[in-house]
Design a protein around this ligand. Structure first.
Ligand code: AOF
Ligand code: ZN
Length: 361
């Protein structure tokens, strides 16, 4: 039976999970709150880094003896396997937890089965509370496990009329320093930053995350979709300050001294599905797709964009490059429908976060 405290407590667990964004990859972000037998908060925790204790274990440690007879709220089904740590099911049983409420089932076949194990030991188990919020915070990991490919966030910056550059190609700066700082913060949460060769040749970007709090963790992998290996040896993406991978066609011959990922070539470009499968195989759970409009259009056409983050400046250009290129839409029936997830002001600019609308059955 649902308790009045359930929603607020799971909301706290989701908030805790978010603290792990950017440091747990290739593991999920997970939050956990323990209430004692009389419903008073006894301990909380989140999964902080790969190989570290799971959220449940952190929260149980904090609760100590007060966990006995209590309820554990977890954003992801407790694991039932021994990996880098022991099974959370056993930790919960050993602590004498009487009830477990979790939001989202674990899609990882290796770790799943926790709910059944706990029920088998007489623990009251409920699933689905605040599942939408828990899905959202852990979207990158859930997508990568369910689909076997890297989760993609497409980021763009544009004027209110959707332009990312003026007619002469100049684009610095459409959005504010605050918005650009926010981009660095989001980039730092991703495992990889993807750009097209057009952007590398035009802007010579560094593609690094310069966020104050990202200091200690490994920098995101820089990935250039560069079919013909045209990246100049002097390009800033090859400066060695972060690892770089050039995705080239398997038929391309090059002497470029860089990490190469050879992919099948199709008439309309590199096989982007193969790219995201390969990256996933290398532990890249989440990628930030930036620059330029052609590559973004190709990803969208292939159904490979999971989240859109748009920074929209209160300015108009009226001409110049559109933020998004050809995306396979020729008539309105082919429109890529999204739902807004979040709208906020970042300095003077709007930040819009959206994801693909659920397909109608
Ligand atoms: C986490 N943190 O808080 C929970 C996880 O590699 P391991 O042994 O740490 O196990 C990772 C799996 O454990 C992960 O894929 C997920 O299925 C499950 N739950 N993982 O990293 C946590 N609760
Ligand atoms: Zn676990």
């Amino acid at each position: 039976m649902a308790e009045p405290l359930d929603d607020a407590t799971m909301a706290r667990a989701v908030e805790l999970a978010a603290h792990g964004l950017g440091t747990t990859s290739p593991n999920p972000v997970v939050g956990c709150v323990i209430l004692d037998a009389s419903g008073v908060p006894a301990g909380e925790g989140f999964h902080a880094y790969r190989g570290g204790p799971h959220a449940e274990v952190v929260a149980l440690r904090a609760a100590g003896e007060r966990a006995r007879g209590g309820t554990a709220y977890v954003t992801l089904e407790p694991c039932d396997h021994t990996g880098s740590t022991g099974p959370c099911t056993e930790a919960l049983l050993a602590a004498g937890i009487a009830r477990v409420v979790y939001a989202v089932a674990d899609p990882n076949p290796v770790a799943a089965g926790g709910a059944e194990r706990l029920r088998g030991h007489g623990v009251e188990v409920e699933q689905g509370l605040l599942a939408e919020a828990a899905e959202r915070v852990n979207a990158a990991w859930l997508t990568s496990v369910r689909l076997g490919r890297t989760h993609v966030t497409w980021k763009f910056a544009a004027t209110l009329d959707g332009r990312s550059a003026a007619a002469d190609g100049t684009s610095k700066w459409i959005t504010s320093p605050e918005a650009r700082q926010d981009v660095h913060r989001l980039r730092a949460q991703a495992d990889a930053i993807i750009a097209g060769i057009g952007t590398v040749l035009a802007d010579d970007p560094l593609l690094t995350a310069r966020a104050p709090e990202s200091g200690a963790r490994t920098p995101p992998l820089r990935v250039v979709v560069d079919t013909g290996a045209r990246t100049p040896a002097t390009a800033r993406v090859l400066d060695g300050s972060a690892p770089t991978l050039l995705a080239v066609a398997d038929t391309t011959e090059t002497t470029l001294d860089a990490g190469l990922l050879r992919l099948p070539y199709r008439p309309d470009g590199l096989d982007l599905h193969a790219l995201l499968r390969e990256l996933h195989g290398r532990g890249v759970v989440s990628a930030f797709l930036e620059g330029g409009p052609t590559l973004a259009g190709a990803f969208l056409r292939e159904g490979l964009i999971d989240r859109v983050v748009g920074y929209v400046a209160p300015a108009l250009l009226g001409s110049g490059r559109a933020a998004l290129g050809q995306a396979g839409v020729s008539t309105i029936a082919g429109i890529h429908s999204l739902v807004y997830e979040e709208v906020s002001l970042i300095g003077p600019d709007l930040r819009l976060i959206a994801r693909p609308a659920p397909k109608e059955k």
